[in-house]
Write a protein that binds this ligand. Structure first.
Ligand code: FDP
Length: 326
């Protein structure tokens, strides 16, 4: 018989190789339990009437919770019970969520259900997370950490059963769920250098609201690369990690209704952009914002801060960064 290496085995050996504690395993176990639980709800949610609108009543006469609220509650439960988390930041909660402020070691930033327009179709959504560590040597400096200080970042693409995790200076790894519901078969992701498979991913309907220079750049590239857009960052970025190219959500600066401009972009820095930027860097790529500055260098001023995002193959990101900086 042949058995694939499990995620837990992989991460255990990683920790031992680097002389690290097992606290991180406990945290990863909590995140994986949450992801499996969310996936179960997602797959059965339509049957239970849970994919509808919050505030309505389902066929069993129960109040319907939004799927993203369910995913948030599940994740909070597992993170709290791990006993390893100091503070958590969730897309679904305005305030920082205090957990184990004395014994905890990690800060976790997460979006438990990203890509909500896919929910009612049962199409892929993401559970994205970034992890930073308590300052064990000096005074604590709070949860607002730049992406370059994350120790790990990852995403589950639900309900496809894929999980991608990047470990600082140790690469980006993809796992898939097996018949026993274990994540197995670590596969190191490295962005392909050959541009044959590269793709561009952005919301084409927004194209004429981007800055002129971004529009010009797209016009130069559009015949060269295939264009894909699922509308869920984790799923779109999943393709870019395998095929190369670039995902972008530029700033909206030319909307015909100026009040609809989004000068800061749409995506959230701490639990969306920095998470994919971290995974991308560990796979040999890069990520910048609307000024061409590195996403991983941005020091957040608040936990729900937004940023424009250009993430993917280094060559394309360097090219757009130069244009954005000029
Ligand atoms: P959503 O609003 O559907 O939750 O920031 C969230 C996000 O999805 C990303 O997952 C996705 O890439 C993007 O927004 C989609 O936005 P558009 O619908 O504007 O294209």
């Amino acid at each position: 018989m042949y058995f694939e290496e499990t995620f837990m085995n992989f991460i255990l050996h990683h920790q031992e190789r680097h002389n690290r504690t097992y606290h991180f395993l406990t945290l990863m176990d909590a995140l994986i339990s949450a992801a499996k639980h969310i996936q179960h709800y997602y797959l059965t949610g339509a049957l239970k009437g849970n994919l509808g609108l919050a505030g309505t009543v389902n066929v069993q006469g129960e109040d319907v919770m939004r799927m993203d609220q369910i995913a948030h509650d599940i994740t909070i439960h597992y993170l709290k019970s791990s006993g390893r988390v100091i503070h958590a930041v969730s897309e679904e909660a305005e305030e920082v969520i205090e957990m184990d402020t004395k014994g905890g070691r990690y800060f976790v930033y997460f979006d438990p259900l990203d890509g909500s327009s896919n929910v009612s179709h049962g199409l892929p959504v993401g559970f994205l997370f970034g992890i930073a560590k308590r300052n064990l040597d000096g005074p604590e400096d709070g949860h607002l950490r730049a992406g370059k200080e994350y120790i790990a970042a990852g995403m589950f693409v639900i309900p496809t059963g894929t999980f991608t995790l990047a470990l600082r200076e140790s690469g980006t790894w993809r796992f898939q769920i097996d018949e026993t519901m274990s994540f197995v078969k670590p596969f190191r992701m490295i962005l392909p250098e050959n541009s044959k498979t590269w793709e561009l991913s952005f919301n084409e309907a927004n194209r004429y609201t981007f800055s002129e220079r971004v529009q010009d750049w797209i016009a130069q590239k559009e015949r060269k690369y295939a264009f894909r857009y699922l509308g869920a960052l984790a799923a779109d970025f999943h393709r870019i990690l395998s095929n190369g190219g670039m995902f972008m959500y530029p700033a909206i600066v030319n909307h015909p209704k100026p009040e609809k401009n989004r000068l800061q972009g749409k995506l959230r820095l701490m639990y969306e952009s920095a998470v994919v930027a971290f995974m991308c860097r560990e796979a040999g790529g890069d990520a910048v914002d609307e000024t061409g500055a590195s996403i991983l260098e941005i020091q957040p001023e608040n936990q729900h801060q937004r940023t424009a995002l250009y993430v993917g193959s280094k060559l394309l990101v360097d090219e757009i960064a130069q244009i954005l900086q000029s």
